[in-house]
Ligand binder design. Structure first.
Ligand SMILES: [Ca+2]
Length: 470
């Protein structure tokens, strides 16, 4: 794939010895990931951006000229760029539900943002609960979007501390008290307490809270979940930063100023890890929760579509994994992985099993593919927003995308931009993928809420199969 070759050239120019050393180790039968002796359980940091476009990061060779993310690029150079890193949802809340449970969020009855935002089932085992077996101190910062009321607060779901907002997708970046009615993000909390009179640019504030946590907990293994609402709408940034950009598009200028602060935050978090002396043994994941949003004039080049769609632009995102003590810097991983693998990967890195009473994970440990020891992780990837009428399946090079009655089929290796619908040339492949989807869907429960929107006869009627024939 041309785009990935470009990624590869960038990474190779950064670390020309990486490929040689990895191949040499494999030839000797030594997995690269066991090169260095562990120095205790790694810290785990997830930096989750919101609605960041695939090309709105300057390590991507397709990035528009105005995009400049030196700190995210530095993190990429220090670790592994996953060129085919997916999220399990095409909007905010479903991806977060899958990330926190390591399972397809549909298994928790969450297909849409409204369902996840109303509260993920409490019986699920959440990522911090698993990590606490290993003595991890767990902090959540930023956007939650997995339930509005106290029982869903992160401190009641396994986290030891929380600074951020519980509510729906958006939050004002300057006026923290503007939305106490929870029309969107709601109040700012510290743990269970609603804060009043907080001030400052919210992205900067979240960074500071995460940095304070790292310094405070540096002597223990810790898990920091830093879920920025940047660069989600509303389009707001300090005026002086907006003026740095002159794209001819006011919204895009603001987006770039928001991205500037997000990138600064990544730099501050990495600096805090280094200052605290824990950077080398910290496993950092950087990704966006879904593709770039059209209303923010994001760029997902060269991919098709945006947030809210199952085309690649909606679900393939900037995705970096860094663990200096274990993973070679300057590596590119073209093996498809997805966000629900993060939990299994963190547990494997920590030498922990999932909690004995948790349901089976769908995610898998990514470390063997990140280190080059393994060239495949999953046979199939699924996306479904239930009765919103959108679903997709990727299996190998093939991907089928169904949108409200229209089916398209692509070969992603030949056509990563999903420009050519080859359904009529390969009807048997479309049938095969539809069958795979229907079998998967039949395993999934009804949604947690919004049953009126759900077709109660979906399994009996098999709408996906019927619609395929149109
Ligand atoms: Ca989002």
């Amino acid at each position: 794939m041309a785009s990935e070759n470009k990624f590869k050239r960038i990474a190779t120019s950064i670390s020309p010895l990486k490929k040689y050393s990895c191949l040499a180790l494999i030839a000797l039968g030594i997995p690269a990931a066991v090169l260095t002796a562990p120095s205790g359980k790694p810290n785990v940091v997830i930096i989750l951006a919101d609605d960041q476009g695939y090309a709105d990061v300057s390590y991507n060779p397709h990035h528009p000229v105005e995009v400049n993310t030196p700190n995210i690029d530095a993190l990429a150079r220090a670790g592994v760029i996953c060129t085919q890193g997916y999220v399990s949802g095409h909007v905010c809340s479903p991806t977060r539900a899958g990330l926190m449970t390591g399972r397809c969020q549909q298994r928790s009855g969450i297909y849409t943002a409204g369902q996840g935002g109303s509260g993920m089932p409490l019986e699920e085992r959440w990522m911090p609960m698993h990590l606490k077996q290993g003595g991890y101190v767990c902090g959540a910062f930023g956007k939650w979007h997995l339930g509005l009321t106290e029982e869903y607060n992160p401190v009641n779901r396994g986290f030891d501390c929380f600074y951020g907002f519980m509510g729906r997708g958006a939050h004002d970046y300057f006026d923290y008290d503007s939305d106490s009615a929870i029309k969107f993000g709601g109040s700012i909390y510290r743990n269970l307490e609603v804060l009043k009179g907080e001030s400052g640019y919210l992205t900067t504030k979240l960074t500071q809270e995460a940095v304070d946590f790292i310094h405070r907990e540096k002597d223990k293994p810790f898990f920091a979940y830093v879920a920025y609402n940047a660069v989600h709408a509303p389009a707001q940034a300090p005026e002086k930063d907006i003026r740095k950009f002159d794209t001819g598009d006011t919204t895009r200028n603001i987006l770039m100023a928001m991205l500037y602060h997000l990138d600064l935050g990544v730099g501050e978090i990495v600096k805090a890890l280094k200052d605290a002396g824990v950077y080398e043994n910290t496993l950092i994941f950087y990704l966006s929760d879904n593709g770039g949003a059209p209303n923010m004039h994001a760029s997902n080049k060269p991919l098709r579509g945006f947030k809210g769609e199952d085309f690649e632009g909606g679900v393939r995102v900037p995705f970096i994994v860094s663990w200096p003590e274990k993973l070679k810097a300057g590596t590119v991983c073209d093996v498809p992985v997805w966000s629900i693998d993060i939990l299994a990967t963190a547990l494997a890195a920590a030498g922990l099993d999932p909690l004995p009473d948790s349901k089976p994970l769908d995610g898998k440990n990514m470390l063997p593919v990140l280190s080059g020891d393994q060239d495949k992780l999953h046979d199939t990837f699924y996306w479904s927003s239930g009765d919103e009428g959108k679903w997709a399946v990727r299996s190998g090079d093939w991907k089928i995308v169904f949108v409200q009655g229209k089916t398209e089929l692509f070969n992603l290796t030949e056509d990563p931009g999903e420009t050519k619908n080859i359904l009529s040339e390969h009807p048997e492949k479309a049938g095969e993928l539809t069958k795979i989807y229907n079998a998967w869907l039949a395993e999934m429960p009804d949604p947690v809420k919004g049953s009126k929107q759900w077709n109660p006869d979906h399994q009996k009627k098999k709408p996906a199969k019927k619609k395929k024939k149109k």
